[in-house]
Write a protein that binds this ligand. Structure first.
Ligand code: BTN
Length: 350
């Protein structure tokens, strides 16, 4: 039975003794041990308390431990449940059911076969092997020892992040395959927003960003690798790296994680499931339809940008995405250029 803030309780026959609070005999009736806790940290504290306890903990005791009302506890619990935490309301209080271990989860209800590993060199390499064998699949690794990013960069992949690659087999010409990056970026941004309520956006060509005041920070990156026969796609591997609950100390200053933004970890299983369902829906659309959706989430269009390519740099205003997937740039000389690859730097907002 749901423990509600009104004070009503579950059936009396199931009411058991009060639960001893965690933390070595802290007394919940003494003054609250965390005073003026920031709202953002309350969910983290609730999770820590529930995680440390093998027994259910009543809303009343949680409230006393945190120095907040039972109603506030209840509200925070609802938000945690919405974010995917399996918190069960028992007659004796709240119980956290599962830990954040992806490979222990069942992915059976997903529209794709899932391979989950504690560690891989890179999910891209494993996915390519599956692609050669002709299988559509999703490959997830808790850590990667040789994670790779765009333009042959390293992608650090410690525990807590979400590192995964999709093998996609779809009949399409090679020239249309660009839309897979756009679809994956939209799916990632949308899944992050649905699960965590963090507004997430896309940046050309392959990033997922969040806004922090006037700053933009990278939350996730997409890497597309293609295998083709003549100009038909044989299979694509879409790599997605999301800074979910991993520490941010190893990240570039311009990057952040969901845990950092929310103050508590995201349930990565819920995030994967949400992302997969959105992505597979998007893959049913045409490239033009996907580009339209990408534009709606874009932080790049309408901005002054610098494009860095091996052959040099270009500046201009990013005015559109062409139907062939190119970024359309208007240079200061009012020339229109189509850009197919490169790094894109947004001019800082004033
Ligand atoms: C980028 O922004 O440069 C793209 C990063 C892509 C990283 C992901 S993590 C899962 C998959 N495996 C890899 O080795 N790379 C991609």
């Amino acid at each position: 039975m749901e423990e509600c803030p009104s004070g009503r309780r579950g059936p009396t026959r199931n009411r058991l003794r009060e639960v001893t609070p965690p933390f070595g005999g802290s007394n919940p009736s003494s003054s609250a041990f965390i005073v003026n806790m920031k709202k953002k940290n309350r969910k983290l504290a609730i999770l820590q308390i529930l995680e440390a306890s093998k027994e259910p903990i009543s809303g009343e005791n949680l409230g006393k431990l945190l120095g907040i009302s039972r109603t506030a506890v209840w509200k925070n619990i609802q938000q945690l449940k919405k974010a995917g935490y399996n918190i069960v309301s028992t007659p004796r209080g709240y119980l956290l059911m599962s830990s954040d271990e992806l490979c222990k989860e069942s992915f059976e209800d997903l529209p794709v076969k899932v391979f989950c590993f504690d560690s891989l060199d890179s999910t891209m390499s494993f996915a390519r092997k599956l692609g050669e064998e002709g299988e559509e699949a999703l490959v997830i690794a808790e850590t990667q020892t040789q994670g790779r990013g765009r333009l042959s960069r390293d992608w650090k992949s410690p525990k807590g992040g979400l590192w995964m690659s999709f093998v996609i087999k779809k009949r399409m010409s090679l020239k249309d395959a660009f839309f897979l990056t756009y679809a994956a970026s939209i799916a990632t941004a949308e899944a992050v927003t649905q699960v965590t309520e963090i507004p997430a956006f896309v940046k050309w060509p392959n990033d997922v960003l969040v806004k922090e005041g006037k700053k933009e920070k990278k939350l996730a990156g997409i890497l597309l690798e293609l295998s083709a026969e003549v100009d038909e796609l044989k299979y694509a591997v879409i790599g997605i790296g999301i800074n979910a609950n991993n520490p941010i100390s190893h990240l570039e200053p311009g990057a952040t994680s969901i845990k950092e933004l929310k103050g508590f970890p995201v349930n990565r299983y819920t995030l994967v499931k949400t992302l997969v369902n959105i992505l597979f829906d998007l893959l049913k659309l045409s490239p033009v339809e996907v580009v339209k959706l990408w534009k709606k989430k874009s932080l790049t269009l309408g901005r002054s940008v610098k494009i860095i390519q091996p052959q040099g740099e270009l500046i201009g205003i990013a005015i559109d995405i062409a139907d062939d997937g190119a970024l359309v740039l208007q240079t200061p000389e009012m020339e229109i250029k189509k850009i197919y690859s490169g790094d894109c730097i947004h001019a800082t907002l004033i």
